[in-house]
Structure formats: C-alpha cells, structure tokens
Design a protein around this ligand. Structure first.
Ligand SMILES: C[S@@+](CC[C@H](N)C(=O)[O-])C[C@H]1O[C@@H](n2cnc3c(N)ncnc32)[C@H](O)[C@@H]1O
Length: 227
C-alpha cells in the first residue's frame, strides 16, 4: 500500500515538473539524468530517436546537441511538430520506415535512442518478450545507421531474455551498462541499457533487402524475430 502511494507521488512529482518546465513527457527527466551521468550527447551530434512520441526525449536531445546538431524522431504515432526536429510516422520493424529515414537523414547518426515500449498486454512475460524484440530492432537500426564509436541508449523491460539480449549487444559495443535513472518509477521493471563505442562490425546496408529467391538464409531476410 505504502509502496503504491510512494510510486504515485514519484509519478506525480515528475509529471508536474514536466508540465511546469514545458516538457512533453515525464520521460524527459530520465534522459536528462542518463545524459548527466553517462555523457551521451555532444554539441553538433546527429541523433535518431526511436519511439519518440510525444517528444520529451526529442526536446532533451535537441537542447543538448544544440543548433548545429540534427535530431530525427520516429514513432507509430504522429509527433506534434517541433522546431529543428524532423519527425517520421512509421513502424521501426518495417523497411518502409528505414527508407523514410534515409530520405531525411544523410549519413549516419552519432547517437541512437530507443524508449520504445510495446502495447502492454498486461501479461508480464509477453510484454517482456515484445520489449526485447523492440530492443533488437533498435540494435538492427544501429547496424545500419550508427557511426563507428557511436552510442545507443535503449529501454528494456526486465525478464528472463534480458541477459541474452545484453550478450548480443555486447558483441557490438565496447561498453554496455544497465542503469535505472531516478526518474524511473521505483516499482517499474524498466531498465536502460547504455552502450558506447559502437564497433560497426556487421556488414549491413541501411535498408533491409529482400533476398533473391535462391539466396535463402542471408542476413537480410529479417522480419519479426531478430534474436
Ligand atoms: C514510452 S513512449 C516514448 C516516450 C518518449 N521517449 C518521450 O519522451 O516522449 C513509447 C513509444 O514507443 C512507440 N513504439 C512502440 N513500438 C514501436 C514501433 N514498432 N515503431 C515505432 N515506434 C514504436 C509507441 O508508439 C510509443 O509512442
């Protein structure tokens, strides 16, 4: 009972702060706290934010990379326009979304962010599995669109597939840390995975290609399960 009360107070505190400071979501404070601690952004960086609606992380990214930086946000839902930020409506699991990204974003990003969350089914292991699936799509975007030595910050719901996902991520980044910022709810199962030093050791193109009929099993047949 007391735990729930504390959680609601915590939720309300960041909710009110976001309203007062004109941030679009409480989640802004999570990214600020992550950046203060792990030094994710540099001025002039290019950032791709996956699952960016309503735009709280986009605001923080834009503030921290400054006018010389580029920020692109992608979401299934339309993001209200924001000065100096390009937004894309699309599903990150679809090729068409990656094609749209190539149209608005030349070159590769310094930072990929993912606060993507599945539609919660209320079934713990199913929500966990879908969250891990989205994490692997975020990693897939890194393989295609992140600069060597770039950074990834992504949300994951904890569960039994978490360690295997981390193992996969560790094959691609020099440093991988798991962190829960103070602005995350105490009782929440969400964690943030902070990855630095992208190795760029997968030879993949930005857009997933359909394999030729006789080329079964190539790396580009990915649809759905990426683990
Ligand atoms: C917690 S919200 C993100 C909040 C955001 N970081 C902010 O600060 O405003 C998670 C978002 O992930 C998006 N999402 C979930 N699956 C997605 C997918 N396959 N492709 C793109 N966006 C997705 C949802 O539509 C939702 O808006």
């Amino acid at each position: 009972m007391r735990e729930r009360w504390l959680e609601e107070r915590h939720h309300e505190h960041y909710y009110k702060l976001a309203k007062k400071l004109d941030y679009r979501s409480r989640a802004s404070f999570k990214l600020m706290q992550i950046d203060d601690r792990f030094k994710i952004f540099r001025e002039g960086d290019s950032v791709v934010d996956l699952g960016a609606c309503p735009g709280g992380w986009l605001q923080v990214a834009k503030e921290r990379v400054g006018d010389g930086g580029r920020v692109v946000g992608i979401d299934l839902r339309r993001i209200r326009p924001m000065d100096g930020v390009v937004t894309i409506v699309g599903d990150i699991t679809e090729d068409s979304t990656l094609i749209k990204l190539t149209e608005v974003f030349e070159g590769k990003a310094d930072v990929v962010l993912s606060d993507m969350a599945p539609n919660m089914a209320g079934h713990y292991s199913m929500d966990h599995a879908r969250s891990i699936d989205l994490c692997m799509y975020a990693v897939d975007v890194c393989d295609r669109a992140l600069k060597k030595e770039g950074k990834l910050v992504m949300k994951a719901f904890m569960g039994d597939m978490f360690e295997d996902m981390l193992k996969e991520v560790r094959t691609r980044f020099r440093s991988v840390k798991v962190h829960s910022p103070a602005a995350s709810r105490e009782a929440s199962s969400e964690m943030y995975v902070i990855c630095k030093g992208f190795l760029a050791n997968r030879n993949v193109r930005l857009v997933r290609e359909e394999p030729a009929a006789d080329a079964a099993g190539t790396e580009f047949t990915i649809k759905g399960n990426l683990i």
